[in-house]
Ligand binder design. Structure first.
Ligand code: 2NL
Length: 356
């Protein structure tokens, strides 16, 4: 028994790593280990022999287990000491640059709009940005020589000489998406169509590409009153404060009757505050969908009716986040570039713009 004890305690002492230690443990006190086998032999002994051998074997097992545990801690300590002496940290290195900037306000506002209309039961519809003139104009009750075709300052796609296909255009509004979705899904329907739209125009309040969200709700008895409620819910949720609306009679080819909608605001040192005061700010166009438009969408106007509206997302973003010049959204403004990890060598600036 002393031989066994010496053999294993020496082996444990000399073990150089945890794998060797585990090997020794199995050979000594594992299920089929030498000590365990000896314990099994106790059964064959006379009671007198057993009274002597039993406690000795138990003591041996305890001693081996204790030696194993102590050696394990010693090996772990040694491994940690080794790592600490080998690894080092250069505390004089400059820190990694913190990311600057934020999500682009138009992306942010778009997400906010989707979420609010989702709560109001509207699904999001998408469609192509290059449209044929039927979906962009004819289907919306804008016939070929209607002045609105010119008013929209449309970008026409290039056609080779002799190419007589009907013109394709960069969509001037997202209405064609709603026509496509109506033709696809029929009524009843509640959708919003957000996205990029294009008009040939450029000044402080116009960029050739901008973002629009249109809404469409068709049912058996959907009314202008429903439109007013939906819009007031929307503006109140969007601006985080109760917002009154004012409807003014207007004209669009695709709605009848039509209304321009103003929201309540107050002018304060050249900036607007929405939801207080008694000034009004025009923010959108709307109305009851024209029967010709319902027909173009494959819907029977004797059976169905509903409202539609169109809002400029960029303008909403300017209002909510106090951005004075629309062009700032689409210049190489450092804040958006930095947010996405771009590191431009030189960034063009607009004189007096927000980079300058
Ligand atoms: C504006 C005017 C508007 C619509 C857009 C629409 C779409 C379909 C049918 C009928 Cl599919 N109407 N859209 C209606 C009224 C106004 O936008 O000035 N937006 C900024």
């Amino acid at each position: 028994m002393d031989d066994l004890k010496n053999k294993y305690l020496t082996a444990i002492n000399e073990a150089g790593d945890e794998a060797t230690l585990e090997d020794i443990r199995l050979k000594a006190v594992g299920k089929k280990g030498e000590v365990s086998l000896k314990m099994r032999e106790l059964g064959k002994m006379t009671p007198e022999e057993r009274q002597v051998a039993g406690p000795k074997l138990n003591a041996l097992k305890d001693e081996i287990n204790a030696a194993l545990a102590a050696k394990k801690v010693a090996l772990e300590d040694a491994a940690l000491d080794k790592r600490l002496s080998e690894e080092w940290l250069d505390v004089t290195l400059p820190s990694r640059p913190a990311r600057q900037g934020s999500i682009h306000p138009i992306s942010r506002v778009s997400e906010e709009i989707y979420a609010i209309f989702a709560d109001l039961g509207f699904a999001v519809a998408e469609g192509p940005q290059v449209e044929d003139d039927w979906h962009n104009f004819d289907a919306l009750n804008i016939p070929p020589h209607h002045p609105a075709r010119q008013e929209h300052d449309t970008f026409y796609m290039h056609r080779d000489e002799g190419d007589d296909r009907p013109p394709h255009v960069l969509r001037t509004h997202t209405s064609p998406v709603q026509i496509r979705t109506l033709l696809d899904q029929g009524a009843p329907i509640s959708i919003i169509a957000p996205g990029r739209v294009y008009r040939c125009d450029y000044d402080q309040t116009h960029t050739p590409m901008f973002h629009q969200v249109e809404g469409l709700c068709i049912g058996k008895d959907v009314s202008m009153a429903n439109l007013k409620w939906v819009l007031e819910e929307f503006f109140t949720a969007f601006f985080g404060t109760e917002v009154k609306t004012r409807f003014r009679a207007s004209h669009f080819p695709f709605t009848e009757p039509s209304a321009e909608v103003d929201i309540q605001c107050k002018w304060d040192n050249g900036t607007v505050k929405v939801g207080e005061g008694d000034d009004w700010l025009e923010v959108l166009g709307s109305g009851m969908v024209h029967p010709n438009v319902l027909k173009a969408g494959g819907i029977d106007p004797d059976e169905w009716q509903g409202f539609a509206f169109g809002i400029g997302i960029d303008r909403l973003a300017m209002l909510k986040y106090g951005i004075p010049d629309l062009r700032a959204f689409f210049d190489s403004d450092l804040r958006w570039l930095k947010h996405y990890g771009f590191n431009p060598l030189s960034v063009p600036t607009l004189a007096g713009g927000i980079n300058g």
